[in-house]
Design a protein around this ligand. Structure first.
Ligand code: MN
Length: 327
């Protein structure tokens, strides 16, 4: 990781302007890591901007976080052309596919690209980058950026540290998933930088409506064997973001070590989120539907299918796995 940071500084120094961009529908990891890197680059007296339209419909936690800071330079689709020059570097965080970028067309405009991510590498990753760093074992990109700040002796502001702490908490589902010694170490550094736990908690709050909607879904969840909970988000609206949260929440129930949430997405696909805290490899199950992820959390999107068939396929595979464990 340290060689990444050294390489990064070398590259940054070659450019007049630097643009930081994360993924579509940025969450607190995307935004927290962007802010952290923004402060690091600032400390090298470089002209840097975060590509994010704060007026846009963004996640309420991220919106609240943007309100905590003045003096951050944001650019958006309306004005980025005035900002960039022929000597601009694009640093992409928390994503590595063009179609998932906050503004995918940027790739056509800025050719020099650095990527820092922590997702399982997808086949259609962005090619020809100056740096492609993807540590799928890191809990969050925020964790990587904290180590970067520490290594480069850059003291992050307490507000940025607070937002970054919220980012790590979001990506690890409250330190339940993908949490390692490095994750706690990064949090410890953020506390040293002055992260405030109360403000962080405020940022992570959700509305009563969001909470109740999820509870309503979960009410109809059911067990398909002794340890697998399933929830079908059977409504007409898009279930996208709720899927992962619902699956995570079901893992809190007694005996549940494998949780699956299925529902229709905006794009008419069927989305599946699988989470495991036991012996079941969530990734293996999502690969059956051409999805991917990690042992503990994985997801898939099915183009032409129906929810009942998907569930039957999973059920059968679980039975087969169970049989083979007995024999
Ligand atoms: Mn992330």
């Amino acid at each position: 990781m340290n060689s990444l940071f050294e390489q990064l500084v070398k590259i940054i120094n070659n450019y007049d302007k630097i643009v930081i961009m994360a993924h579509l529908k940025p969450d607190l990891d995307a935004f927290g890591s962007s802010l952290g890197l923004y402060e690091i680059i600032k400390s090298y007296q470089k002209d840097v901007a975060i590509f994010l339209d704060v007026q846009d419909e963004i996640n309420s936690s991220v919106k609240e976080a943007t309100g905590l800071l003045d003096n951050v330079k944001y650019i958006s689709v309306n004005n980025y052309k005035d900002y960039i020059s022929s000597n601009t570097l694009l640093i992409i965080l928390d994503v590595h596919q063009q179609e998932r970028l906050y503004y995918p067309n940027i790739i056509e405009e800025i050719k020099d690209v650095v990527i820092i991510d922590h997702h399982i590498k997808s086949k259609n990753y962005i090619r020809n980058t100056k740096i492609f760093y993807n540590d799928s074992l890191a809990s969050s990109v925020t964790e990587i950026i904290v180590f970067c700040a520490k290594y480069l002796n850059c003291k992050l502001s307490s507000t940025t540290a607070t937002i970054m702490l919220a980012g790590i908490e979001t990506d690890t589902n409250d330190y339940n998933l993908k949490t390692t010694a490095n994750t706690y170490l990064a949090c410890s550094y953020l506390m040293e930088f002055g992260a405030d736990n109360l403000t962080k908690q405020e940022l992570l709050k959700e509305t009563k409506e969001e909470y109740l909607k999820r509870a309503d879904y979960i009410k109809s969840s059911f067990m398909i064997n002794n340890y697998t909970a399933v929830c079908i988000l059977n409504n007409k609206e898009n279930a996208g973001e709720a899927l992962s949260l619902v699956a995570e929440e079901m893992l809190k129930f007694e005996n549940v070590t494998f949780a699956i949430a299925i529902g229709r997405l905006e794009n008419k696909y069927i989305g599946i989120s699988a989470k495991s805290i036991g012996d079941i490899d969530a990734c293996k199950y999502m690969k059956m539907f051409n999805g991917g992820g990690h042992f503990n959390q994985a997801a898939a999107q099915v183009a032409n299918g129906n929810i009942k068939n998907i569930l039957d396929t999973i059920k059968k595979a679980l039975e087969v796995e169970h049989e083979s464990n007995i024999n």
